[in-house]
Design a protein around this ligand. Structure first.
Ligand code: NAD
Length: 494
């Protein structure tokens, strides 16, 4: 990746995108489209089809037909594997093009986007492609006069609703296992980050995926997302996004066909710094990266910094110094460390949280404001607020922006109590040199992921998912495969 290649790609006009249904580009049934604004400069980048419920029904019908005639599920595992491997290769071969397109759409800094988006998506697709002919059924330990077998069957049609922060990475977390297990999919990308995912769908077809197996419909969540959620012909819904939408999806399921719903929702993840952390400078650097990269638009962001009282002031000063040194700006500049906030609405919401936090007694240590406004883009200075009480809004509600709330604690017991004091339970970290304490923290902090002496950075071999209101399903690793399978018992009298 070099700056001149990025600049060459960014100067290209982005064509308008339409839906992708049954292997074809298809405009919205009423011809409507919606402008896509780039968060880099607030200018119109291109447009996408503004889908209707009828468009979504057409995509679901195509997926259902493709599943029922077994054009994909009926292929030998080795044949499906070959196509998915080729898809991963094509994503890799087009990685910079995909990354730049994605960044122009959603604002993530290119250094992070290049690895986390096409890089991670290709790895994920390849991981499940490699796995698909190594997943066996079971023979049950029955009495001798019967044979009990457990088959893993594809569920049928999967609806996948994707957020804007890492569309390709999170999209691949759903598409990889869903397609590997032989399902058909209808994809609904986020309004403000659909372009790179739509391009990835095109590449799947270049790799040889049969038409109708993977369909994608752009447009508003409240219209096409709702139509997907309420469909009687969708068997499983997988989702990453906000808790508000997650609740709606469960309602849609209850009001329609009781489809299974797997939710990956937000978090308010605690990053806990004990005075005996092995390297406080490193901890400060990682803590800043863990909340400020991608402008805080990371579901597992360490947004609550819990610091042992004896090192509180010195540690906060260290994190603030890292924050102030971070390069915020044009996400397509390879030296940028914090890119743009995804939309003006998100930026205003972030600023509102800062105001509320101060109104509730928090002290602004650094940031708190919009910057680079003359670019027309949506940029925010990395922000640190101390003195945030356990019940303050900033402790309890997810910002999804570059805003870090800091709360001191006196001992391990208090740290655990504070860590567990929200409705969320996605991720967390503890920094300590005490091995016993490290294990106690893993056991006692209620999250889906707990880091020790690091933050973030887990690879595809381990699951990601939350407890509590952070969700009920896991992406990544072989555990994710279960969401896309039905267990079928065969009971044979011998
Ligand atoms: P969102 O819930 O508004 O949107 C997510 C997706 O849902 C979009 O595609 C949107 O179009 C769709 N949607 C919106 N309303 C809908 C409706 N009524 N019916 C069906 N679909 C609908 O969330 P967002 O703003 O895109 O993403 C930010 C949130 O996602 C944050 O809260 C963040 O923490 C969470 N998130 C979680 C994870 C995770 O792995 N747990 C990962 C990334 C983001």
């Amino acid at each position: 990746m070099d700056q001149s290649s990025i600049d060459a790609l960014r100067s290209q006009a982005v064509p308008a995108f339409t839906h992708f249904i049954d292997g074809q580009h298809v405009a919205a049934s009423d011809g409507a489209s919606m402008d896509i604004l780039s968060p880099i400069n607030g200018q119109v980048l291109t447009s996408v089809a503004r889908g209707t419920a009828a468009d979504m029904h057409a995509a679901i019908a195509a997926a259902r037909k493709a599943f029922d005639d077994q054009r994909w599920a009926g292929q030998a595992p080795a044949a499906r594997k070959k196509i998915l491997m080729k898809w991963a290769d094509l994503i890799e071969a087009n990685a910079l093009e995909l990354a730049v397109l994605g960044v122009r759409d959603n604002g993530t800094e290119i250094g992070m986007a290049f690895k986390a988006e096409p890089g991670s998506a290709a790895n994920t697709i390849r991981y499940y492609a490699e796995a698909l002919d190594k997943i066996y059924g079971e023979v049950a330990p029955t009495a001798k006069d019967v044979l009990g077998m457990i088959h893993k069957e594809p569920v049928g049609v999967v609806g996948a609703i994707i957020p804007w922060n890492f569309p390709m990475m999170i999209g691949a977390w759903k598409l990889g296992p869903a397609l590997a297990m032989g399902n058909s999919v209808v994809l609904k990308p986020a309004e403000t980050a659909s372009l790179s995912l739509m391009r990835m769908v095109e590449l799947a077809h270049e790799a040889g995926l049969p038409p109708g197996v993977l369909n994608a419909v752009t447009g508003e969540g409240a219209v096409v997302g709702e139509a997907l959620g309420l469909s009687m012909d969708v068997d499983v819904l997988v989702f990453t996004g906000s808790g508000t939408t997650g609740r709606r999806l469960m309602e849609y399921s209850a009001r329609s066909n009781l489809k299974r719903v797997y939710l990956e929702l937000g978090g308010k993840s605690p990053n806990i710094i004990f005075a005996d952390a092995p390297n406080l400078d490193e901890a400060a650097k990682v803590a800043a990266g863990g909340i400020f990269r991608n402008a805080g638009q990371v579901c597992v962001a360490g947004s609550r910094l819990l610091v042992e009282q004896s090192i509180h002031d010195e540690f906060v000063a260290a994190v603030a110094s890292v924050a102030q040194s971070m390069n915020v700006g044009d996400p397509l500049n390879i030296t940028t460390q914090i890119g743009a906030v995804n939309s003006d609405a998100q930026l205003q919401q972030n600023l509102g949280f800062v105001e509320t936090a101060q109104g509730e007694g928090g002290q602004l240590i650094t940031g708190g404001n919009r910057i680079l406004e003359d670019t027309g883009g949506y940029y925010m200075a990395p922000t640190i607020i101390t003195g945030v009480s356990q019940d303050a809004t900033l402790s309890q509600k997810e910002v999804f922006g570059p805003v870090l709330g800091v709360t001191p604690f006196n001992d391990e017991q208090e740290a655990v109590r504070l860590a567990n004091s929200t409705v969320y339970g996605l991720a967390g970290a503890a920094w300590t040199s005490n091995l016993s304490r490290a294990h106690r923290m893993v056991r006692s902090v209620r999250t889906g992921v707990m880091h020790i002496n690091t933050y973030g950075g887990a690879d595809g071999t381990v699951p990601l998912g939350g407890v509590g209101q952070s969700g009920n399903g896991h992406d990544k690793s072989l555990h994710a495969v279960d969401k896309y399978c039905n267990l079928k018992t065969a009971w044979i009298k011998l």
